[in-house]
Design a protein around this ligand. Structure first.
Ligand SMILES: C[S@@+](CC[C@H](N)C(=O)[O-])C[C@H]1O[C@@H](n2cnc3c(N)ncnc32)[C@H](O)[C@@H]1O
Length: 214
């Protein structure tokens, strides 16, 4: 599915978020606290925007994904970065090999979320950072009403217009089954992270979780 949507993915992202996703990625990169001399891994990197944001801070960055179609788009955008085929649930990197690991809008697709988070924590050195940027379901009206209208009605129509009905019906269902912020924080803690915090933005639709490897 991700191979198929790789071409229009960036455009759909910008349309569906009114371009705000760039700002959210900047905030995720801030939380990763990387700079010149550090190494960062962006898992489920897709077309690579979060990896590119991390690299703009001066870090050496690896973007990893299991969709070659997505990686091809990322390679076209930033050939100087390292783009590697990989499964987020079984990363091929040694323990403690990065200063930070991030995932943007990818964690809700993991078939085993706890395992994916454990893998991110495993490859980051003690004291390094793990950051999860994800869509979350707002609990209170009026945002919850708008969210349900947008995701259940508008997004599938946009998907059909873009010729990818399945992917953009899957999107709302994947958001709905993703854990609420407090539960995700507990999973991050269980993965070995300390000082786990989260920030809600965009009226409570976007959650940025971060923690430090113990
Ligand atoms: C919605 S896209 C997000 C892409 C990008 N991170 C972004 O911020 O736009 C989800 C990505 O997760 C990847 N993905 C899902 N599960 C994965 C897994 N187990 N291992 C590697 N990549 C995975 C998909 O191939 C896809 O590129």
């Amino acid at each position: 599915m991700f191979d198929r949507i790789a071409g229009p993915y960036d455009l759909m992202n910008s349309v569906m978020t009114a371009g705000l996703h760039h700002r959210w990625r900047q905030r995720a990169a801030d939380l990763a606290r990387v700079g010149p001399g550090s190494r960062a891994l962006d898992v489920a990197t897709g077309t690579g925007d979060l990896a590119i944001e991390l690299a703009s801070r001066g870090a050496e960055v690896v973007g990893s994904d299991f969709s070659e179609g997505m990686l091809d788009v990322a390679r076209g955008k930033a050939p100087q970065l390292h783009w590697e085929h990989g499964n987020a649930l079984a990363l091929s990197y040694e323990d403690d090999s990065f200063d930070a690991a991030t995932v943007g809008f990818g964690a809700r697709n993991f078939s085993d979320l706890a395992r994916g988070l454990q893998e991110m924590a495993r490859v980051v050195r003690p004291g390094g950072r793990v950051v999860v940027l994800e869509i979350t379901t707002p609990q209170n009206p009026p945002l919850s009403t708008f969210f349900s209208l947008w995701f259940d009605r508008v997004v599938p129509v946009l998907g059909r217009l873009g010729g990818e009905s399945e992917a953009y019906t899957y999107l709302p269902s994947s958001v709905k089954r993703f854990p609420a912020p407090r539960e995700l924080a507990a999973l991050l803690h269980g993965a070995g992270l300390r000082d786990v915090r989260w920030i809600l933005t965009a009226g409570g639709i976007i959650a940025l979780h971060s923690g430090t490897v113990a």
